[in-house]
Write a protein that binds this ligand. Structure first.
Ligand code: CAA
Length: 702
């Protein structure tokens, strides 16, 4: 028997337990172990039935993603062999499910005769999130079991369903309680006692009818979310095959489309991203067992847009939070905005009123800074002014608990300088939330020169209950994300000077896969925010006079076009509507500006637009890696996908660069440098890697 699979006999039932931590993936050896157990049980007259379950924390969470694309050892059995063996079993097989039955795990369960689950278990076919489709019969069996419509939704979204919903849908036949092996055995014994005929999902054909036009409608519904991607469309093709073809032909079609998806660059990118998202939690000098301080209570200082969003994030996680302001009016405004944000979500049906009431009940507003005294973490989100922040941290030092985490949400200021205003710089850390803070998944955790390991570990761990993805970065201007953004935005502006309009640039980047283009993004964020920062910088840190800069964003703000909030920015907006409309006034402004600076406007294609905007991201990302301000290229990818809407199916800017090939990236940078000057000077890391014929993925951490 394989060491990955254990068998115990209980009451004439062979309980087959997959024991392949952490998630009981179907790694090489697991199918062999289960198949051997089935064969042994079939031959044993003392065995009447089987229960298949997972040891440890979960049922089978799917195929082993690390093995994708790798050759299998000769003779190793596959998930297909396993499914065939389950369906051929002459004795009943019951899947007993706790934790997660995902992907290949659920497909294995669908090949069992019955399925029982426990409260808290979850079910899903999340393959689409890896750029593939359920390739072991999931697209053919799930529609047969629960009907085409609900199955199509699950397969195309990759969403998980909780136990009770799974029962209602018919994914599981029963929910059981108590010891899983015992409950599964009892269910199996009952099946045997009642002499129930063996039920195969593949033979069920009574739920395959769909309303006319169902698949067309399904395709229309993913036109936006699935744009540029392969897998969601192939998932629909497969479910359509389930509804229209005999099962064996449907399975054949599924297999062909699975192979196509698996070989696609998108699947490679999404698999990279899956692991990158999990790698970010690993910090070489802050080991997993570093003591963390629990956060039972939070305080947020500043009830503006960011402060309010951060307070909502804590409240959503069930953590009581005190929101502190200096003036009653500002506090009332902040609390009212939070309430209005929740109310909008409730009105849209995405949140029950009771959840809103519970969240708002966890928020206490006050004008008393002394209220930070019982907080485990204090997050400062006040105006971006160093003097104000230093003064505040000095005062916090006197009031906050000795071991409290003192966090700043600054996006532009030096965390070390802020930390130096306290007697405990080791407890000071940056928590750079992204706007809207209650929605955006990214959290840049900024490690100061003196931040201690426990403060880092505690802040990184806090991301989980807050439902954020935390990425550790070092102190530098703009940290990682915004520092890279600067060059991207600059090129977008230069493209306007050279011949583009905002809608041309936005369309090219949207079509590349970004959630939105840079000009729509600026209008959403508010053009005045950067304008203020620019003006401040011009006084404190003026850019070199010979560096090319565009006057366009200043001209826009001088015309009062701050973006969506003034219904006019790079685009114009109808009242109450966020749809950007190209605006002839802006076009005139752009064309006149080109004439004023002596720039002859020319036609610029989408390829050039994308290249010009992405190369600065890659180049600056490489500098950041060289300076040790991000731990891994994958960390930068996670920042860009979750913070800036970079398409996950292209893996992030650094993965994308590797796909282009660094020698090619280097050649493009050198060409642009010779045409346009030092903005394009390649980072030494790109030069080194390209000359060695390597990519960013070859970099080692630590
Ligand atoms: N293969 C290999 N490793 C996996 C894995 C998988 N399917 N799923 C999780 N892991 C690894 C993670 O990389 C992580 O490893 P490290 O500790 O070394 O970082 C570890 O298991 C724990 O994972 P999480 O940190 O994500 O733990 P969690 O408790 O937050 O979540 C989970 C658990 C819900 C199972 C989540 O890991 C998950 O969603 N996994 C992917 C599930 C999936 O996509 N399954 C389908 C696979 S494709 C397939 O099955 C194709 C087919 O049809 C044949």
């Amino acid at each position: 028997m394989s060491s990955l699979v254990r068998v115990e006999t209980q009451d004439g039932v062979a309980v087959i337990a997959v024991d392949n931590p952490p998630v009981n993936a179907l790694s090489v050896g697991v199918p062999d172990g289960i198949i051997a157990a089935l064969a042994a049980g079939a031959a044993d007259p003392g065995i009447d039935a089987f229960v298949l379950l997972g040891a440890g924390r979960t049922f089978i969470a799917g195929a082993d993603i690390r093995e994708f694309g790798k050759p299998r050892p000769p003779g190793a059995r596959t998930i297909f062999d396993l499914i065939a063996a389950l369906e051929a079993s002459p004795k009943p097989v019951v899947a007993a499910i706790h934790g997660t039955a995902l992907g290949g795990g659920l497909e294995v369960a669908l090949a069992c005769h019955w399925r029982v689950g426990v409260e808290g278990s979850q079910y899903g076919l999340p393959e689409v999130k890896l750029g593939i489709l359920p390739g072991a019969g999931g697209t053919q069996r799930l529609p047969r079991l629960i009907g085409v419509e609900p199955a199509a939704k699950l397969i195309v979204s990759g969403d998980f369903v909780p136990a009770r919903k799974a029962l209602a849908l018919g994914i599981v036949d029963a929910l059981v309680e108590g010891d899983l092996a015992a409950a599964g055995t009892a269910f199996a014994r009952q099946v045997v006692a009642e002499g129930r005929p063996l039920r195969l999902v593949r033979d069920m054909n009574d739920k395959l009818a769909v309303p006319d036009g169902f698949f067309d409608e399904m395709r229309r519904s993913i036109a936006r979310s699935g744009r540029g991607q392969v897998a969601p469309w192939r998932c629909i093709d497969c479910v359509e095959a389930a509804a229209t073809l005999p099962v064996d032909q449907g399975l054949k079609r599924e297999r062909e489309l699975f192979e196509e998806c698996l070989a696609s660059p998108q699947s490679k990118a999404l698999r990279h991203f899956f692991f990158a998202e999990r790698e970010v939690a690993k910090i070489p000098d802050v080991p997993k067992d570093t003591p963390t301080r629990p956060v039972a209570k939070a305080a947020v200082i500043g009830a503006g847009t960011m402060g309010g969003g951060i307070a909502m994030t804590f409240a959503n996680a069930g953590i009581p939070v005190t929101l502190i302001e200096t003036g009653q009016e500002a506090l009332d405004r902040g609390l009212a905005t939070m309430r209005a944000n929740y109310a909008r979500t409730v009105a849209s049906g995405r949140m029950p009123q009771a959840t809103m009431d519970k969240a708002m009940g966890l928020v206490v507003g006050t004008l008393d800074l002394g209220a930070v005294a019982d907080a485990d973490i204090v997050i400062e989100a006040v105006f971006e002014d160093m003097a104000v922040k230093k003064d505040l941290f000095g005062r916090l030092d006197d009031i906050a608990k000795a071991d409290a985490i003192l966090a700043t949400n600054t996006s532009t200021l030096d965390v070390d300088e802020i930390a130096a205003a306290t007697r405990r710089p080791e407890k000071v850390i940056g928590t750079h939330f992204f706007s809207p803070a209650n929605v955006m998944r990214l959290l840049e955790v900024v490690r100061g020169a003196k931040t201690d390991k426990s403060t880092i570990a505690s802040t990184m761990a806090l991301a989980r209950p807050l439902k954020k993805v935390a990425v550790l970065v070092g102190v530098c201007d703009g940290f990682v994300g915004n520092r890279m953004l600067a060059g991207y935005m600059q090129q977008a502006l230069f493209l306007l000077e050279e011949g583009c309009l905002p809608q041309d640039v936005d369309k090219a980047l949207y079509d590349f896969g970004f959630a939105m283009g840079p000009f729509a993004m600026m209008d959403l964020a508010g053009n005045d925010v950067e304008w203020r920062i620019r003006k401040h910088r011009e006084k404190t840190k003026p850019p070199p006079a010979d560096l090319r800069r565009s006057a366009l964003p200043d001209l826009l703000c001088e015309a009062g076009r701050f973006g969506q909030k003034t219904a006019a920015g790079w685009y114009r907006y109808e009242p109450g509507d966020r749809t950007p409309h190209p605006d002839p006034t802006v076009e005139t402004m752009i064309v006149e500006n080109s004439a004023r600076i002596g720039m002859r406007r020319r036609a610029i294609g989408a390829d050039e637009i994308v290249r010009r905007c992405l190369l600065p991201l890659i180049n600056e990302g490489a500098r950041i890696l060289d300076e040790g301000l991000a731990l891994r290229p994958g960390d930068i990818d996670v920042i860009w996908v979750y913070g800036y809407g970079f398409p996950s199916y292209k893996g992030g800017p650094m993965f994308h660069a590797d796909q282009i090939g660094l020698p090619d990236v280097l050649a493009q940078l050198l060409r642009l440098e010779s045409e346009q000057g030092r903005f394009w000077t390649p980072s030494p890391l790109i030069v080194r890697l390209a000359e060695a014929g390597q990519g960013f993925s070859s970099l080692k951490v630590g």
